[in-house]
Design a protein around this ligand. Sequence first.
Ligand SMILES: Nc1ncnc2c1ncn2[C@@H]1O[C@H](COP(=O)(O)OP(=O)(O)OP(=O)(O)O)[C@@H](O)[C@H]1O
Length: 240
Amino acid sequence: MGSTIVIKDVSKSFGKKEVLNNINLTMEPGQIYGLIGPSGSGKTTLVKIIVGMDRPSQGHVQVLDTPVPNLKLLQNIGYMAQADALYPDLTGEENLAFFASLFELKKDVKKKRIAYASELVNLTTHLKKKVQDYSGGMKRRLSLAVALIQDPQVLILDEPTVGIDPALRQSIWAEIQRLKTTGKTIVVTTHVMDEAERCDRLAMVRDGEIITSGSPAELKKQFAITSLEEVFLKAGGNKQ
Ligand SMILES: Nc1ncnc2c1ncn2[C@@H]1O[C@H](COP(=O)(O)OP(=O)(O)OP(=O)(O)O)[C@@H](O)[C@H]1O
């Protein structure tokens, strides 16, 4: 098998507005990739194209050697969107059961996955509550549990820890690191620099282009500075 994700010459326009310009990236198993860049730079558009929710205007994407979009691929892609896509009238548990039912999971596996995912995001004691009564952070946590429910090979997390308190953020990151050691490919968009530090590779997106990429240490070296925050400000900040 080749790379998990191959993004080749991808551009995307909405009407006359070009949002992505000739993106090329490959992503390998057992690695965490961070997409960082200012608001509106195109990160969400890029991850939606990887998932197959948006189509590129030019270029193409392959995930697990399969051209995107492909319905079967969704069994192997866990996607946590920036906006929570949950059913407010259902309980947390019912939401998880519903999303689990979209995948080919045996009954006992499904039960275990629901227990694992709700435990991971610390929602076990709130599973019987309706989602409309959840706080914003609880909804984010449930969305993360949904993304993990089918034990996908590829995890795509769009700002996964926004609204999540520091202690839980630590445990979620510990789990992301563990999942990586099982060979999964993880893509995270983030504005949080200590999260960017935890990625193996970073791609900095600005105005729809990848202006630089490399490991956190490489980027710091390239810009001769010690913190990623400075890399962000130097390379990713407002255009002068
Ligand atoms: N469906 C759409 N129609 C028109 N313009 C869009 C659409 N989706 C995104 N855009 C535009 O594309 C640009 C990139 O948006 P995108 O959400 O990808 O940025 P982002 O880097 O993820 O931002 P943030 O960090 O704030 O989430 C923005 O200017 C946005 O307004």
